[in-house]
Design a protein around this ligand. Structure first.
Ligand code: PRX
Length: 698
């Protein structure tokens, strides 16, 4: 059944969804039509949101609030994995390719929905055999290989909570996640293929599990061992460790799924906040799936079209079912590592819920050469290429004039997408010209680990992208603008406001808030609901607006531009890291007494971290080069290679406000030789001059 609404052609607010009830009805219809339910949810329980309530002001003058509680489709039950796999197979689409896997060394697998279902069933039995049940946590520390998706869905199938950890993270970063989740099982590999080399992984996993934790079993996927001898050489703890192949040996390839409540936690995703420790955002099942399936369909062009009264073709933006021909014609490729939220939503759950074929690629884009992505696009006929600005900039650096003419057939590409940071207009134009044939749609999707799925984005069918005749002449439309996240999706609304919550004028920077949330919003911070309140809801208190932590502005047409973080979060290659987290890592080194880390602009990665440190006696004994080498290595080990500071500057004192807060903005301005902002609140203003002299003397 296809719904025929008038396509909202003007920017927000979406006229059809202006009232709260219309918005809830919209999401309820998406949830009913897009998901298969065990017990349907009732209208009465479609949504509840207890906004923060004031608890009065304490002796220090701080107003306290209750922690907000969000629920969607609360009295319904479903099975997440059934929705991703079984129902497609039951509908006769079992032979449809789910995954085209390409390993970095060049190995390939084509896995259909029916095959993926069988492998997930076996893994689900395997987890159950190890005693994993509903609510248990499983940490998945794997590269981009089919087993990562298999274990993710196997957890979902049995009601266990998965937490994926980026394979490039260090033992310390993994240890934190293993301990914070209280995971019972860790899934890892023997090794990883990285930039043409085999890198051992199991020893890192062992180190992460060496402290106090709840780990009972470590499942090891054989990714890089090529012989029995190599397997025998992998470090092993008898009784705890088990090879994946041994675990699933002889287990049935079908698995009776159970139904779980809509609000059952599905996964924990760690993200950097403004304090030293990452926070584990908790996403639950049905609401997350609903907004994920809908936004994947809306933004990756799966929605049906209709003829309007003038005979022009329009996309039915509020449709709750997809156009099957579009689903069949899609080969999706999201290039993110599976552990990031981008991939949870638009590489694992979105594409599988919507039944499309997709590519997953294990390796880096420049191995063995920067042409690897073009080869993959050609080989699988990729139609949707969804990637990060930093990757686009590195392709642009390698091929300023685009790939060699005639060498690759990229004509399958119809839709380009970017996520993770603002895209600069040059990179936008380069990708559209050289990979998108000059005419592909371009979605710039703004969202976060917290929002679970896209919040603002241009539509693929916005007028300028659409073939002639799509929109009637004179239709008011939003024009795609490079670097602009455009407007919210239906069913969600945002505002750009000042500190006090007043709207800012066009062109003026304010804070972006989500004033009407969608169902995929994170429900809490794992083990720390107070942090959930403090980080996101406290600022606008009883208004119940979600503070996203990004600066933004609107243009005259009401389109949203994202202007980067307003807090101590730094965005390196689209990866979120906290400056305080890097500082905390630095001060654990014997050479360092105190550290201040700031972002500085970088042509390739958007930003890089620069570390200012004051030194202990041990530190003073090192030369500048030695200091840089030991401290970058230390951060690599403590957090991971992406957090490595680009530079380390030894200073006598770090500038701080009177309340003792490190002024990271000033540190960045000093490093980049920019004019300094307001310094009046400093307790040690003289530190600035001293730092300027150190920098000038290098
Ligand atoms: O600063 C924004 C930036 O990435 C942050 C969210 O990071 P994370 O939770 O890791 O999720 C990344 C993938 C969804 C945001 O607060 N960001 C994300 N997308 C964009 C963006 N900045 C500008 N434009 C975007 N399209």
């Amino acid at each position: 059944m296809t719904f025929t609404y008038t396509n909202p052609a003007t920017p927000t607010p979406n006229p059809a969804l202006i009232s709260d009830q219309a918005r809830i009805d919209f999401w309820a219809r998406q949830a009913r039509d897009r998901l298969t339910w065990g017990r349907p949810f009732s209208d009465r329980k479609a949504h509840s949101f207890s906004k923060p309530q004031s608890l009065g002001t304490d002796e220090q003058g701080i107003e306290n609030f209750t922690v907000p509680e969000i629920k969607w489709f609360e009295d319904g039950t479903l099975n997440v994995a059934y929705n991703c796999l079984d129902r497609h197979v039951e509908a006769g689409r079992g032979d449809k390719v789910a995954l085209y896997f390409e390993g970095e060394p060049g190995d390939r697998q084509t896995i259909t929905y029916a095959q993926l279902l069988r492998r997930v069933a076996q893994a689900a039995h395997g987890l159950e055999k190890l005693g994993v049940t509903k609510g248990d946590r499983v940490v998945i520390y794997l590269p981009v290989i089919p087993e990562t998706i298999i274990f993710t869905l196997a957890c979902a199938r049995i009601g266990a909570i998965h937490s994926l950890v980026f394979g490039g993270f260090s033992a310390e970063a993994l240890r934190f996640r293993v301990e914070d989740t209280g995971a019972k099982v860790l899934v890892t590999t023997d090794g990883q293929n990285r930039r043409g080399k085999v890198v051992p992984v199991k020893a890192i996993a062992d180190e992460a599990c060496s402290g106090e934790n709840q780990i009972e079993h470590v499942i090891v996927v054989d990714r890089t061992s090529t012989s029995a001898q190599e397997r025998a050489a992998v470090p092993w703890t008898q009784g705890r460790d088990i090879w994946y192949q041994d675990l699933i040996e002889g287990l049935p390839e079908s698995h009776d799924y159970q139904l779980f409540e809509a609000e059952t936690p599905l996964f924990i995703i760690y993200t950097s906040g403004t304090t030293g420790k990452p926070k584990g955002l908790v996403h639950t099942s049905a609401g997350y799936l609903t907004q994920t399936a809908y936004t994947h369909a809306l933004l990756f062009d799966l929605l049906p079209e209709f003829e309007d009264e003038t005979g022009a073709r329009r996309v039915d933006e509020l449709a709750s079912v997809n156009d099957l021909a579009k689903v069949e014609g899609t080969v999706h490729w999201c290039t993110a590592d599976l552990a990031w939220v981008t991939a949870h939503t638009y590489e694992i759950y979105g594409p599988l819920l919507n039944g499309v074929s997709q590519v997953i690629y294990e390796g880096t884009p420049n191995t063995p050469s920067f042409e690897r992505h073009f080869e993959i696009i050609e080989r699988y006929g990729v139609t949707n290429y969804y990637t990060a600005p930093t990757l686009i900039r590195s392709l642009m650096g390698a091929f300023p004039q685009g790939p060699e003419p005639g060498k690759f057939d990229l004509s399958s590409v119809r839709l380009l997408g970017s996520v993770g940071e603002s895209i600069n207009p040059e990179a936008w134009r380069w990708l559209r010209t050289h990979v998108g044939g000059g005419s592909a749609s371009f979605i710039d999707t703004w969202w976060q680990s917290e929002t679970g799925s896209a919040v603002c984005s241009p539509r693929p069918h916005d007028a300028q992208f659409a073939p002639a005749g799509t929109f009637p002449e004179g239709t008011p439309h939003t024009t795609p603008k490079p670097g602009c996240a455009n407007r919210p999706i239906p069913g969600v609304s945002v505002r750009v406001v000042d500190e006090a919550g007043q709207p800012v004028a066009p062109g003026v920077q304010g804070f972006i808030v989500v004033d009407k949330i969608g169902p995929s919003m994170a429900r809490t911070v794992w083990g720390n609901p107070a942090r959930y309140l403090d980080s996101y809801w406290r600022h606008y208190g009883e208004r119940g607006w979600f503070l996203a932590g990004d600066g933004a502005k609107l243009d005259e047409e009401g389109s949203v531009y994202i202007l980067g973080r307003i807090d101590d979060v730094i965005n390196i290659s689209g990866h979120r890291l906290s400056t305080i987290e890097i500082e905390s890592a630095l001060v654990t080194h014997e050479a360092v007494v105190e550290a201040g880390v700031c972002p500085v602009e970088d042509d390739l990665t958007g930003h890089q971290a620069v570390a200012y440190v004051t030194l202990s006696e041990a530190g003073r004994a090192l030369s500048a080069d030695e200091l840089r080498a030991v401290l970058t290595e230390h951060v690599r080990r403590e957090i991971g290679p992406i957090a490595k500071p680009k530079d380390v500057v030894a200073v006598a004192d770090i500038p701080k406000t009177r309340s003792g807060k490190i002024t990271r903005r000033l540190l960045g301005q000093l490093y980049q030789g920019q004019e300094l902002g307001d310094c009046s609140s400093l307790q040690n203003e003289e530190a600035l001059g001293a730092i300027a002299r150190v920098l000038a003397g290098r």
